[in-house]
Design a protein around this ligand. Structure first.
Ligand code: 6R9
Length: 690
């Protein structure tokens, strides 16, 4: 057959500028479809892997589906429960036709996720192990905390929060950058049963106010300022205006606990409101370093995290304690093949779900050593990530395709000047990873040694849903491969009928899993309408997915981004992937526009590799790349040169805005304030007629 093995990639000349293009040539990308390319884990990797063969996965997976109660309670028993859960391990109604949607795991069990993430390891004798390596924005600025030290800091803050009247079930807003204080604050809330609501510190005052008004926290925890790259962001000013805004709305926050981040700003220059604002450094160290634990029910809320829907105000995704704990810990362990010797770094910010589940909870529940990085990944230059990898001997590196593509654009030299030999597992999350970025990540970053866990999941799912287990089976660049234990993904058609075998359609999930969100805060009806009504009987993910002949899953992007051209369903992600595989294309975003004949036409925004001039010839060859990889029907009708793309601060391309630009509805661009760089919109409009 035409299986191309990893050996063929390992022989690539390293340091070649356009290595992704070379791969495409060597692997015959234009001759065979992506799904035929298998990349095998090495013998060396497999021999030490937690799950080392498809057979082993299959037998574990089979049990997790046939006997979910037994499978998950065996795992849960390894954690500490003050009181064991009741008779039922779980109960669920996922079928809206049978009444209210309801999911419960380990109900009646009493536990505490902070206890399981910290105290448990210390009691096992591992208190001296590093829990957090903190790396500041400026190279050379760093610190670390052992598990015992981390617990002490968490206890002090927990004692303070109790002292000012925060009780079980109360909300606490956290608006912090990636300082060690951020996971400390999350864990302190969890310790006393308070519900944290972390707001990414890149959100505007208005967005912060909106979230405060929704969850009504007693206290907000922030810092005065932070450096990201060469910029200084004055967070306390943003909090101040958010609090003015929210009090106008009748929500006043009594206390603003402010961390003094001296590397960015001293306290003398920080605006202050006596009686409301308190310096963390002045107060918290005075509290005792031991604190009691609030044992909570497995179904008591752990946190709220706001996420944007396609319409309306942000949704407060609510996760509870027990199931989330078991699920994040277990997914972390298996998807990253975690071993106690690992040093783990996830570049996500704790302001997003990835930072909740895979910076804070999942790793610490496993007793892992975690790198927390404050700064920007390309500061002071594009080699910073590999500098950090070498400095801490990072073994597991988890990031997003958008970062990979931007580093790829900056060239291999920034990578190859570092050793990176500690790396053994790579991870990707946030959007489908296009095969050419996958290959660059694999070959250039990972030196063709480290499997990539392309983890598909969502804020709502709490943890990984479809992901490689890195030692278990060969990967296909761009495929998230197979479901995690206990997860039953199904692909349904328009009518909600399950389709078997090789197919594509809407991705749904059949049964509950421990990490599933339980409701949207204060709006259970919206929860049911958004996720359980579209395809009765299932949780609807909002994503499109296809399954190939070997059963591998290929996520094709949000279904709101699916475009129907002359009756052909085309995933924008597929077209983008084809465009990005062109050696001169750095990034692409495709939207649908009304088309007289075809119904919808494809409109592609294309960012070229640094220094490439626009030309008609290049436009043609980009279109040809799409024709070659997908088919003539998928060829973009229009290529719009884009010096930059409008992205949210989490790196997601805002197609809503691109659709308006593409259809020339420039007066309907809507809210552009949540963009990382609102200036790109004007640039795009200006380049309209190139
Ligand atoms: C974890 C996270 C969820 C949406 C999801 C999907 C996209 C995330 C992906 C992926 C393809 C992956 N997505 N991971 N698509 N492959 N590995 O990102 O949560 O911010 O809620 O976004 O992101 O479209 O529906 P969230």
């Amino acid at each position: 057959g035409h299986l191309r093995h990893v050996e063929s990639m390992a022989t690539l000349p390293s340091g070649a500028g356009k290595i992704s293009h070379l791969n495409a040539v060597i692997l015959g990308e234009s001759l065979a479809s992506e799904e035929d390319d298998l990349v095998f884990p090495s013998q060396e990797f497999t021999s030490q892997a937690l799950v080392s063969s498809p057979e082993q996965y299959m037998s574990m997976y089979k049990r997790s589906i046939e006997d979910p109660a037994g499978f998950w309670s065996d795992i849960a028993s390894k954690f500490y429960w003050e009181v064991k859960w009741g008779e039922k391990v779980f109960s669920e109604n996922m079928d809206i036709r049978k009444g209210t949607v309801n999911i419960e795991w380990f109900k009646g069990g009493r536990t505490n996720i902070c206890y399981n993430a910290l105290d448990r390891h210390i009691q096992a004798g591992n208190g001296g192990q590093i829990a957090i390596y903190w790396e500041g924005n400026e190279p050379g600025q760093d610190g670390n905390l052992t598990y015992s030290q981390l617990l002490e800091k968490v206890c002090q803050l927990a004692n303070y929060l109790r002292d000012i009247g925060v009780r079980k079930g109360d909300a606490v807003a956290i608006y912090l950058p990636m300082l060690a204080e951020l996971p400390i604050a999350m864990l302190a809330c969890a310790r006393i049963g308070a519900v944290h609501s972390v707001v990414f510190a890149g959100f505007s005052a208005e967005s912060l106010a909106q979230r405060i008004i929704d969850c009504k926290p007693k206290v907000i925890i922030t810092c005065n300022a932070v450096r990201r790259g060469s910029k200084i962001i004055y967070l306390k000013d943003i909090v101040d205006s958010a609090l003015v805004e929210s009090s106008k709305n009748g929500t006043s926050v009594d206390v603003c606990l402010t961390c003094e981040n001296q590397s960015a700003m001293n306290r003398e220059s920080t605006k202050w409101q006596e009686g409301r604002d308190f310096w963390w450094q002045d107060i918290i160290p005075k509290y005792s370093t031991v604190s009691t634990i609030e044992w909570v029910d497995a179904e008591d809320p752990l946190f709220l995290l706001y996420t944007s829907g396609s319409t309306g105000k942000p949704k407060g995704v609510l996760h509870t304690t027990g199931g989330y704990m078991i699920y994040t810990a277990t997914t972390f362990k298996y998807a990253f093949d975690y071993k106690p010797t690992d040093i783990y770094w996830c570049t996500a910010d704790c302001g997003w779900i990835t930072g909740h589940s895979y910076v804070t909870y999942g790793p610490l529940l496993n007793g892992a050593t975690v790198v927390v990085y404050e700064g920007a990944p390309n500061y002071p230059d594009s080699g910073r990530c590999w500098d950090i990898v070498d400095k801490y001997k990072v073994t597991i590196f988890y990031t997003a395709p958008t970062l990979i593509r931007s580093l790829m654009r900056d060239g291999d030299e920034f990578v190859t000047r570092y050793s990176r030999k500690s790396l053994r597992v790579l991870g990707s999350v946030g959007e489908p990873i296009n095969p050419s970025a996958w290959r660059w990540f694999y070959n250039v970053i990972g030196g063709a040694r480290s499997p990539i866990s392309d983890t598909w999941w969502q804020t709502e799912t709490g943890g990984f849903m479809i992901t490689p287990l890195p030692g278990a089976w060969p990967q296909k660049p761009g495929s998230a491969t197979f479901p995690f234990f206990g997860v039953q993904p199904v692909i349904v058609d328009e009518k909600g009928t399950e389709i078997e075998g090789e197919c594509s359609g809407y991705l749904c999930v059949k049964n509950s899993w421990p990490g599933a969100f339980r409701t949207l805060y204060g709006d259970h009806e919206r929860y049911e309408t958004t996720y359980f009504k579209p395809f009765p009987g299932y949780y609807f993910t909002g994503d499109g997915c296809s399954r190939d002949k070997d059963g591998y899953h290929w996520l094709t992007g949000r279904v709101d981004d699916v475009i129907n051209v002359s009756g052909h369903r085309i995933g924008t992600a597929e077209v983008e992937s084809a465009l990005v595989s062109h050696p001169k294309c750095a990034e692409a975003a495709v939207v649908g526009v009304e088309h007289e004949v075809k119904g919808q036409g494809l409109y592609a925004f294309v960012t070229l590799v640094e220094g490439e001039p626009y030309s008609e010839e290049l436009r043609k060859s980009l279109v040809l790349a799409v024709r070659n990889q997908i088919g003539a029907f998928a060829a973009p009708d229009k290529v719009h040169w884009a010096p930059g793309l409008p992205k949210t601060r989490s790196g997601k391309i805002m197609r809503r805005i691109l659709r308006k630009i593409a259809s020339r509805q420039l007066d309907e661009l809507g809210d552009t304030s949540t963009l990382a760089d609102p200036g790109v919109v004007e640039q795009l409009i200006a380049l309209n007629d190139c």
